[in-house]
Design a protein around this ligand. Structure first.
Ligand code: HEM
Length: 397
């Protein structure tokens, strides 16, 4: 079945589209039908591993800057680090640099405003989908609109500057450059507004989820020193085979790290649910899902279901992924950290690369232990995150 037909059968619930408009606008996550097909054709090639290759050095540079900061802090006798905050800031820097190619921290302003927008939109009990619900929380709704406009303004000036200097030699090696290039060759190019919304979607979708996958992994490794050591050994071996240079071929040799990543994404999926809306009456196993029905797929629940995973469903066992990319799950749709079908996450190659680079550098420098002040309380604020951060005791090797 063509992607065009598939896109028509299942869509994204409109109730979220309205609610999340200040954050994603008409970006790929939200668009529908033939518009989605057009956006996806333009956006997807930018995330091809060959195109992402050039971003490895940016990721290593930003991570090394963070490592320097941690080393200084440890030298001053403060080995406890709130790893969640640090990794989210790092991922924000990395995504700003991979989208816009910016070498400095000038996109941090966008980053801070996006975080504020997220707090405004998801930190309170709201009335999503309730008719006139936005009038019950007028102050929050207006605040979100204002922040959305400020972010648009900042992004617009960055994109305009890039459009006006297309010969910039770095412009082919960042996401915006690749997007503009692809857009120029497409019969139905994205408008300025749509380009802006794509950047906003990459910015938000691209930093928080990746950061959380690394954060939850560090928690799991701090609790499972055996796996921390196994990964460190693997990193040393693979780096030695590649003259201690981090590049795509080197990263693909990190097999155990891939199992650990899959297992962390199973236990703590940063996107804890996936939504769909039936565009037509759809038949599934003799059951009719009426047109307009919203489906809310509880990914966290599915990933912990003992009927699908066995009695050890709640245990950290990366070896489940040794021989099966689905981790031995009894149902082929039971493991969905990146969603499914044509709308599956477009940025997952970028995440794989960033995850492996950051962990390679961190595990080569430090060991991690859980701090006694850590309080385990995962909560959902659009993403699945540790409510009280992740304080770890970090020691140089
Ligand atoms: C651990 C990291 C990530 C996780 C867990 C994740 C998860 C997801 C999920 C669950 C979806 C919805 C899929 C569906 O509805 O079936 C999605 C879609 C999407 N993600 Fe990601 N994502 C990650 C990283 C990224 C990155 C790095 C980017 C971009 C820089 C990105 C951009 C997008 C976009 C644009 C879509 C919409 C795709 C479409 O509707 O066609 N994501 N992601």
């Amino acid at each position: 079945m063509s992607s065009e037909v598939m896109a028509k059968r299942w869509g994204k619930p409109s109730v979220f589209r309205n609610d999340r408009d200040p954050m994603f606008g008409s970006g790929l996550v939200m668009v529908e039908g033939n518009d989605w097909v057009r956006h996806r054709h333009i956006v997807a090639p930018a995330f091809n591993p060959i195109n992402l290759k050039a971003m490895a050095s940016v990721m290593s540079e930003s991570t090394n800057e963070m490592i320097c900061g941690w080393s200084n802090q440890i030298k001053m006798g403060k080995p406890q680090i709130d790893v969640e905050t640090e990794i989210i800031t790092l991922a924000g820097d990395i995504i700003a640099r991979t989208i816009f190619g910016l070498k400095d921290h000038s996109a941090r302003d966008v980053f801070h405003k996006l975080r504020a927008l997220q707090m405004t939109l998801f930190n309170t009990n709201r009335y999503v989908g309730v008719p006139f619900g936005k009038y019950f929380k007028v102050k929050k709704t207006l605040e979100a609109k204002k922040l959305g406009k400020e972010i648009d303004h900042l992004l617009l000036s960055i994109i305009q500057a890039r459009k006006n200097s297309p010969n910039n030699k770095d412009s082919q090696s960042d996401l915006l450059g690749l997007l503009l290039q692809q857009n120029n060759h497409h019969g139905k190019a994205l408008t300025m507004r749509e380009l802006l919304d794509e950047c906003k979607t990459f910015f938000f979708g691209g930093h928080e989820t990746t950061a959380l996958s690394i954060t939850w992994t560090l928690l799991l490794l701090a609790m499972h020193q055996d796996w921390q050591n196994q990964l460190r050994d693997e990193i040393q071996q693979v780096l030695a085979q590649h003259n201690h240079v981090i590049h795509l071929a080197m990263l693909s040799g990190l097999t155990k790290m891939k199992w650990v990543m899959n297992e962390a994404l199973r236990l703590y999926p940063p996107s804890p649910n996936v939504q769909r809306q039936a565009r037509d009456d759809i038949q599934i196993d003799g059951l009719t899902v009426p047109k307009g029905t919203n489906l809310w797929i509880d990914v966290v629940g599915m990933h912990h279901d003992k009927e699908l995973w066995g009695e050890d469903a709640n245990e950290f066992k990366p070896e489940r992924f040794m021989e099966d990319v689905n981790g031995g799950c009894k149902h082929k749709m039971g493991y969905l950290p990146f969603g499914f079908g044509g709308r599956m996450c477009v940025g997952r190659n970028l995440t794989f690369m960033e995850y492996k680079i950051v962990l390679t550098l961190l595990l080569s420098k430090f060991s991690f232990k859980l701090s006694p002040s850590y309080h385990h309380s995962p909560s959902i604020m659009l993403s699945l995150r540790p409510t009280h951060g992740l304080p770890l005791i970090v020691q140089p090797l």
